[in-house]
Structure formats: C-alpha cells, structure tokens
Ligand binder design. Structure first.
Ligand SMILES: Nc1ncnc2c1ncn2[C@@H]1O[C@H](COP(=O)(O)OP(=O)(O)O)[C@@H](O)[C@H]1O
Ligand SMILES: NC(=O)OP(=O)(O)O
Length: 312
C-alpha cells in the first residue's frame, strides 16, 4: 500500500564523526542516502526528506568567525540557511540521479524552509544543541575560554560547541510542501530543523540565532503535511533497551505505553536517542506510524521488516 513518509536523515547520513568535513566526503555519503530513498520511491511511496545540519552549520559559523577580519561574519540563522542550501543541493542532485537510474521521473525540489520558534523559549537561556566538530574535553574548554563559546559533552562521543535549540512551533510553507507531494514531487524541506524565525506582533518575520533539532522539526513537518509515516534514520538498526549493556535488547514493535515507560526508565540518552524517541512518540500519539532504523535498512523498515516501529 502506498504511504506518505517524512524521512529524517541523521547527521551520520551526511558526515560521520571521524570523517573530515570535505565536500567530497559529504557528497559521497549523501549519494548513498539518496540511493536508499530512491528505493522507497520505487516501492510506490511518497517521500518528503528532511535532514540534520549540526556538523555543517558549526563549520560554516566557524568559517565566518575565523575570517571576520577579511569578510564580515553572518549570524547563525543565516549560517543555518547556508547549510540548508548546500545540503539540499547535494540531496536534490543525487536523488535525481538515483531516481533516473531506477527509471523514475518524479520531480525533486529542495526548499529553503523557515521554522517558527518563540523568542521566549527557555532554550535561549540554556544552549544544548551540539554543532561543528568534536574536541577533547581539554581542547573544548580552552576554546570556550578563548572564543567565548559554550561547550558540552555530546552523548559520550566527545565535546562540542553548543547553541540554543528552541522548540519548533510550525514549519512555514508546509501547505505548499503538501501540495507539491500531492503532485508527485519529492520535496527536501526543513533541513537542519529549518531556519529559525520569530513572528513579530505585526505579523512580520525576523531570523533568530539558534539551531533547531531536526527530529523535533521532522515531527512537526510530518504532522503538518499529514504524513502516514515518520521515519528517523540514524546509525543503529533499532532502538534498544539496556543499550550498550550485555543484556541489551532490540525493540521491534512497541506500543505507545511501552515506549513511554522506557522513556520514564531513562533508557535513551538526552543528546542522541532521547529527542528521536520524543518525536516518534508524539507522532504515534496522533495515530501515525513512527519508525527509527538505520539508513541502510530504510526500505526494509518501510515494509515492516526492520527497525523499531512505534504505534498507538
Ligand atoms: N537506547 C538506545 N538505543 C539505540 N541507540 C541509542 C540508545 N541510547 C543512545 N543511543 C545512541 O544514539 C545514537 C543515534 O543518535 P545520534 O548520533 O544523535 O543520531 P543522528 O546524528 O544520526 O541523528 C546511536 O548511535 C547510539 O549510540
Ligand atoms: N539540526 C540538527 O538536528 O542537526 P543534527 O541532526 O546534525 O544534529
């Protein structure tokens, strides 16, 4: 049965933590992701793609800061837009090429998307979103001192710079995204969580410096385009209970009640699986099917043969 699916690609699908952030490395990874997404389209589903930008937006911000004596630096929301633009470009091009190989002619378009947040969001007082590259604790603390950064440990993987990450209230233009998908267009949207903007009292919009979590914005997008499935692709085949322990157990099909119980038990790290489970649970609460799985099993998971599925 044909279904509408919002696919959220994790940071690993664009750049693995140990890889150098060259354009070539990122293009090669994105090409692999596109190969898999094309298979989902081939199986008859309607796909909307969204993606992370943590490493990329951090690097663009740093490029701006390091070159500030030569070229005036841009604010973080503009860096977000830049990262959305270049990742969207890689995805659009590789997806068109992969669809063509499978004999498909669906149009593909990547849309620069703004996401509305609240200027009063408490996240502005407590930066939590890791961006850019990983450092040792010592290096990170030195950089924090020297450059006035906030740095934090990132889910056991090293230390990173962190910035504010407000909750997404709505994805601007999701009505247009929905119309395009109804017309067979494969849309890449709300990359990097979307460009954070606030609505002023007179209805105008202004950019605000932050990076939105793409699992949270992916949920909003899936909700607003009335998707049947919200699929979060990452680097583990399943969500596990007792993850990393000798008795770890893969979750395949879980009900909302079970999922919430595991969250209460503290089974999912705040900086990694936590936001994914939070987003998946919200989507399942509205009656949709949420899937968390590895990128290479995405097409199998869509057919119910891999990954962790959460339903009401
Ligand atoms: N209970 C769990 N089950 C599976 N993975 C978990 C769990 N808790 C933490 N993780 C970690 O979550 C990581 C995926 O999150 P993250 O690296 O933020 O994803 P991405 O960058 O792909 O969006 C996995 O690599 C794994 O190390
Ligand atoms: N914006 C965002 O959530 O990016 P990552 O998935 O790369 O952290």
């Amino acid at each position: 049965m044909s279904q509408k699916v919002v696919v959220a690609l994790g940071g690993n699908a664009i750049l693995q933590p140990k890889q150098e952030a060259t354009y070539e490395n990122q293009l090669q990874n994105v090409q692999k992701s596109s190969e898999i997404i094309a298979r989902i389209v081939k199986n008859g589903h309607t796909v909307i793609v969204t993606h992370g930008n943590g490493p990329q937006v951090g690097n663009i911000l740093r490029q701006n800061e390091e070159a500030k004596d030569v070229v005036p630096p841009f604010p973080l929301d503009v860096c977000s837009a830049e990262s959305q633009g270049f990742i969207g470009y890689m995805m659009e091009q590789t997806l068109k090429n992969e669809l063509r190989k499978l004999g498909l002619d669906n149009p593909v378009v990547s849309l620069l998307t703004e996401t509305e947040v609240s200027k009063d969001d408490p996240a502005f007082e407590d930066p939590s979103k890791p961006i850019g590259v990983f450092f040792s604790e010592e290096e990170a603390k030195e950089l924090a001192e020297e450059k006035n950064w906030v740095v934090k440990e990132d889910a056991g993987r090293g230390w990173r710079r962190v910035v504010a990450s407000p909750m997404p209230k709505s994805i601007l233009g999701s009505d247009i995204i929905k119309k395009l998908t109804d017309d067979r267009v494969i849309v890449i949207a709300a990359g990097g969580g979307g460009i954070p903007v606030v609505k002023n009292e007179d209805g105008t919009l202004t950019g605000i410096e932050a990076v939105i979590d793409k699992d949270r914005s992916g949920f909003r997008l899936a909700e607003e385009v009335k998707s049947d499935v919200f699929m979060i692709l990452t680097d583990v085949q399943n969500v596990y209970v007792n993850y990393g322990k000798p008795d770890q157990k893969a979750l395949t099909h879980v009900t909302l009640e079970e999922a919430k119980r595991y969250v209460e038990d503290g089974q999912f790290s705040a900086g990694s699986m936590g936001p994914k489970m939070e987003a998946a649970i919200k989507f399942a609460e509205q009656g949709g099917r949420a899937i968390i799985c590895s990128l290479d099993q995405a097409d199998l998971a869509m057919e119910g043969k891999a990954g962790t599925h959460i339903t009401k």
